[in-house]
Design a protein around this ligand. Sequence first.
Ligand code: C2E
Ligand code: CA
Ligand code: CA
Ligand code: CA
Length: 275
Amino acid sequence: AKGSGRGRVCVFRPEMHDRLEQKRAFEEDLRKALVNGEMEVYYQPQASAATRVIEGYEALLRWKHPMRGSVPPCDFIPVAEEIGMINLLGEWVLKTACIEAAGWPSHLKVAVNLSPIQFRKKSLLQTIVSALAYSGLDPKRLEVEITESVLLDANHKTADTLDGLRQLGITVAMDDFGTGYSSLGNLRRFAFDKIKIDRSFVQDITTRADAMSIINLVIGVAKGLGMAITAEGIETEEQFECLKRLGCEQIQGYLIGRPMPASQLFADQRSKTAD
Ligand code: C2E
Ligand code: CA
Ligand code: CA
Ligand code: CA
């Protein structure tokens, strides 16, 4: 019953139907991805800016669908949030990362991204406690990364959750700093252990004075508040030198290493010692 007569608005066209079908198919595939074993956690190194020694890894989710190929997280994480899959997926990443990290040399930390939806869930702390207990990972070796969006509607529960995480002994990093609803007041109100400077600033640091100024400011604020600083998305030696000069302590990016499967993490060292 499509209205196509004059003066009537045709709101539903066949190509919209196709798109809706595609969206449904995508959601269905995503719902089945975990049980079908299509999800994998990759790990990207985070290194000391002073020595380039690896201090930990960020866990990054990968979806490899038999027909769709590699689906990037920016395409499926928002859908997972929309269809209520993110809690299950997020718990799986957390548990997997804790189990894998428990088998690494004990000076190495693991950082896990938490969706704002996970962060707001009442059972978050219990979920983390369970993952730690099950894996045997020392809480000090676990870091969670949250984005500024969790502070948008911050209330006493936000502060309680952050305090709870701290009391467990895990560290909390503010991810993608500077891209969202950044407020210096929030930094003062909620004591994060670490601030991660977003790649968009790092990318421009050698070419744009404004990016350099913002990074300089953020590093100064973080230092003043006793927070650690990690710069992400470092791809070149020039970017690295510039950040080091500004006082950045930790670096992450293709220059140091790409995200890779757990099985490949220590392959380098092994082959080097084998030579
Ligand atoms: P993010 O947390 O900011 O993660 C960093 C992203 O930058 C990763 O993209 C990483 O592969 C990429 N990256 C790192 N170094 C470089 C570099 O030198 N150059 C360039 N061009 N890119 C670099 P990825 O893995 O595609 O993840 C995208 C986003 O998806 C993440 O951004 C995060 O917001 C989200 N995400 C990934 N895994 C999870 C997860 O397990 N849970 C949740 N909630 N979100 C996740
Ligand atoms: Ca992150
Ligand atoms: Ca980030
Ligand atoms: Ca980012």
